[in-house]
Design a protein around this ligand. Structure first.
Ligand SMILES: *[C@@H]1O[C@H](CO)[C@@H](O)[C@H](O)[C@H]1NC(C)=O
Ligand SMILES: *[C@@H]1O[C@H](CO)[C@@H](O)[C@H](O)[C@H]1NC(C)=O
Ligand SMILES: *[C@@H]1O[C@H](CO)[C@@H](O)[C@H](O)[C@H]1NC(C)=O
Ligand SMILES: *[C@@H]1O[C@H](CO)[C@@H](O)[C@H](O)[C@H]1NC(C)=O
Ligand SMILES: *[C@@H]1O[C@H](CO)[C@@H](O)[C@H](O)[C@H]1NC(C)=O
Length: 417
């Protein structure tokens, strides 16, 4: 198995849960951004993630688990339970000036959780649209929200700059919200610490008689590469400066997960908490991430490795709780990765660094949606049981080598097909 969007999932299952009147579990979902397969310690990375390693060792590691190859489509799937082709979210991210959001007639996960009696809080990255207030997290099921609505902002100033090509200029704005208002006063505070501190505050204040749903969508470890020096210091052995900084960012994120976990324990919630850790897509090799030995990177389709819905549209998600908690076979036999006739790969497909440049042979043309409908020139991929069908240009096809290695000297292991 190869590919970029495969992820690391750690589900921690409470050891207890007596049969009759078991209280509904608290659910804390931590979503990392652009975190790659080879960036977690237990996959053999040179980056150390002691908290993720320890938590997942006593929980469940999902090694054949898929997310979308890009931010907005992935978050759309998580919150709607539906493929991105149903919601118009399959093309790209939502850019700051684009007037659309996840369609307002989709019922989102936090709304379902509220109906089930949960207190719902969100901290971090939204990226599901913001062009009008009805699109905002607080109007889509979250009791509270603290975070940013787009992506790629500065980790300290929380400012996002966006080029407006047609006007040949760039516009910058503070992208941090408290509820629906712009949040000032956080300048200089490193995002990973700021967001985990907020999550901790929510857990500390939570009325423990109510079940908690807390969605923590961290900025880590998306570009720009920024981290306080103390997190990078242990990685002086990494020569590549991008990778070294990225490693520090991962360490800060791992510490954030450790801090959140500790707070759940101190508060007495831990034994009835399901903690899930996932990434939104594969690592971005242009910004320090690595998916070795999987193929491709963020934004490519290479192989990496239904029930009562009460008001949602038909779900594409499955109930896999028995698979996770009891080891039963997964009910899912088929998975659609994407169908996107408008796909454009915006970054050159080559290895970076001395002696590694490789001319791109791919035609990066903007697709067009002919009325003829689907044909095999369209960017699309579907997995069915042990087979995967890719059509059109699937995205960058390189197996980016393990950090510190040359591609020629590295052969992917035999479990990669
Ligand atoms: C865009 O702006 C830059 C800096 O203001 C200027 O140097 C450049 O000539 C402009 N390009 C066009 C196509 O107007
Ligand atoms: C974790 O908690 C410690 C102790 O309070 C704190 O110093 C550190 O900054 C926290 N780390 C993060 C990433 O929030
Ligand atoms: C189903 O949804 C409606 C509103 O959308 C809500 O009032 C009702 O309580 C929900 N039923 C269940 C069983 O959650
Ligand atoms: C296949 O689809 C593409 C994109 O819609 C279109 O440009 C092309 O003409 C189609 N080819 C055939 C043979 O229908
Ligand atoms: C990569 O290959 C080049 C050319 O063969 C060699 O000079 C260099 O030392 C190699 N680097 C590593 C990290 O193996």
């Amino acid at each position: 198995m190869a590919a970029t969007h495969t992820l690391v999932l750690t589900a921690l299952i409470a050891s207890c849960c007596p049969a009759p009147a078991a209280p509904r579990p608290h659910i804390v979902f931590v979503l990392a951004d652009d975190f790659g397969w080879f960036d977690v310690g237990y996959h053999g990375s040179e980056i150390r993630t002691p908290n993720l390693d320890r938590l997942s060792a006593t929980g469940v590691r999902l090694e054949n688990y898929y997310v979308q190859p890009l931010c907005t489509p992935s978050r759309n799937q998580l919150l709607t339970g539906r493929y991105q082709i149903h919601t118009g979210m399959q093309h790209q991210i939502i850019w700051p000036c684009q007037p659309y959001c996840v369609p307002l007639d989709e019922k989102l996960l936090p709304q379902m959780m509220k109906e089930a009696g949960y207190t719902t809080h969100m901290v971090g990255k939204w990226h599901l649209g913001m062009y009008k207030k009805d699109c905002l997290p607080t109007r889509r099921g979250f009791d509270s929200y603290f975070g940013y609505l787009t992506g790629s902002e500065d980790y300290y100033s929380h400012v996002r700059c966006s080029p407006i090509a047609a006007l040949n200029l760039s516009r910058c704005a503070l992208d941090l919200r408290e509820g629906e208002e712009v949040a000032t006063g956080y300048k200089g505070i490193y995002s990973t610490e700021m967001l985990s501190q907020r999550a901790i505050g929510i857990i500390e204040k939570h009325n423990i008689n109510k079940p908690l749903f807390l969605y923590v969508a961290l900025q880590a470890v998306h570009a720009p590469l920024e981290v306080p020096e103390r997190y990078m210091a242990p990685y002086s052995f990494i020569k590549d400066s991008h990778r070294r900084c990225y490693a520090g960012m991962v360490s800060a994120m791992d510490e954030a997960v450790g801090n959140i976990t500790l707070t759940l324990q101190k508060r007495g919630l831990w034994d009835n908490t399901v903690l899930i850790f996932s990434t939104d897509n594969g690592g971005q090799t242009l910004s320090g991430g690595s998916n070795w030995p999987l193929r491709g990177r963020k934004w490519s389709l290479w192989e990496g490795r239904r029930g009562s819905t009460n008001g949602t549209k038909p779900l594409d998600g499955f109930n896999v709780w028995d698979t996770i908690s009891k080891g039963f076979a997964s009910p899912r036999l088929e998975l659609l990765h994407n169908i996107d006739p408008l796909y454009v790969d915006i970054a050159p497909c080559k290895l970076m660094g001395p002696g590694r440049e490789r001319p791109s042979t791919q035609v990066l043309s903007r697709g067009s949606w002919a009325k003829s409908g689907f044909n095999v020139s369209v960017h699309a991929a579907i997995r069915s049981s042990n087979w995967k069908l890719l059509t059109g240009y699937p995205g960058c096809d390189i197996w980016f080598p393990q950090p510190g290695h040359n591609s020629s000297s590295q052969v992917p292991p035999s479990w990669i097909h």
